[in-house]
Design a protein around this ligand. Structure first.
Ligand SMILES: Cc1cc2nc3c(=O)[nH]c(=O)nc-3n(C[C@H](O)[C@H](O)[C@H](O)COP(=O)(O)OP(=O)(O)OC[C@H]3O[C@@H](n4cnc5c(N)ncnc54)[C@H](O)[C@@H]3O)c2cc1C
Length: 286
């Protein structure tokens, strides 16, 4: 698991995240920084995560980095109390605004969707423009959620959704998730939203690129995870697209790595491939 985290996580400290984001920026890529801190049990832990985000925001400003932050509401205390989470989230969003930075509210499992959309709406209705949300193509409700949010012209990251969900709320088949992704993307573009298309699925990248053809590159962005399809990301930047890389850092690398491994068991193969690449001279790195 430690081998895994080296590839998908900037490292345990903020200094690691600063270094990785600076390298991405130098390669023309934007970043969004995630403080790993799920599964918190105490209000003080949620407050510590909020403080960690304030440190990230200060670092982004101090280093002049092209980066936003991505927050998980459970990390800010959602499962402990909605009020606690609201307070922590507002603290982060206000601080980000004072530094001209953007806050993306990650979407977690379907038990959190309503609260996440509620807090997002509250923030936007209170005049906070530097905040966006995530919708998951896996969920059956997603196109309806786009329609319900359309009055806000929200900034939305659309992704497949990483959490395994029951059939009652989520599509189970690969092609159904893809189809819903495209439907949600169309609904977002029709509603004039700023869309962040977060996928490594080449077919979906193609569908997205067809749809944004002719649009200003400032009107949308593509997003990928740190350590995944890096050469494709570089090509997309060279082709003139805005591309943002999701950069997790922190001590809680175990939960993050485990989720990625559960989602994509092929990763164990990639790790084995890395080892072979190191051992066999002349073999091309993946
Ligand atoms: C920037 C970003 C932010 C995200 N935010 C959220 C969020 O807030 N909430 C949420 O539920 N989910 C989030 N996700 C995860 C997302 O929902 C998917 O689970 C994940 O992106 C895999 O789906 P895919 O669209 O890449 O397609 P897939 O079909 O899963 O992947 C396509 C191909 O990409 C490669 N690939 C994909 N993932 C990996 C990996 N981890 N390691 C190595 N190769 C890989 C493989 O070659 C795979 O065949 C985010 C993803 C990204 C890129």
């Amino acid at each position: 698991m430690q081998r895994l985290s080296a590839r998908y996580i900037a490292g345990p400290t903020l200094a690691d995240a600063r270094r990785v984001v600076a390298e991405l920026n130098a390669a023309g890529k934007l970043a969004t920084v995630d403080v790993l801190g799920e599964e918190i049990a105490l209000p003080e832990e949620a407050e510590a995560i909020a403080q960690a985000y304030l440190d990230v925001l200060a670092a982004i400003e101090a280093d002049g980095l092209q980066a936003s932050v991505s927050v998980k509401l459970t990390g800010l205390g959602l499962k402990l109390s909605l009020d606690l989470c609201r307070r922590n989230l507002e603290t982060v969003v206000r601080d980000a605004a004072s530094r001209n930075t953007f806050v993306r509210m990650d979407m977690e499992d379907s038990s959190t969707t309503d609260d996440t959309l509620l807090l997002f709406r509250e923030l936007r209705e209170a005049g906070h423009e530097n905040v966006g949300v995530v919708l998951q193509a896996r969920l059956r409700r997603t196109v309806a959620d786009v329609q319900a949010l359309a009055d806000l012209r929200p900034s939305v990251r659309i992704c497949k959704g990483i959490y395994l969900e029951p059939a009652g709320v989520a599509f189970q088949e690969f092609e159904a998730v893809r189809a819903n992704f495209v439907a949600a993307l169309d609904a977002l573009l029709d509603a004039g939203c700023y869309v962040a298309v977060a996928t490594h699925d080449e077919w979906l990248i193609g569908e997205a690129l067809r749809r944004v053809q002719g649009m200003s590159p400032a009107a949308y962005e593509l997003q990928m995870l740190l350590g995944v399809r890096e050469s494709r990301a570089t090509e997309l930047v060279a082709a003139g697209h805005r591309l943002r890389v999701y950069v997790p850092f922190g001590q809680r690398w175990y939960e993050y790595s485990l989720r990625r491994l559960q989602e994509n068991p092929k990763m164990a193969g990639y790790i084995a491939g890395d080892v072979v690449n190191r051992l066999v001279p002349g073999r091309r790195a993946s």
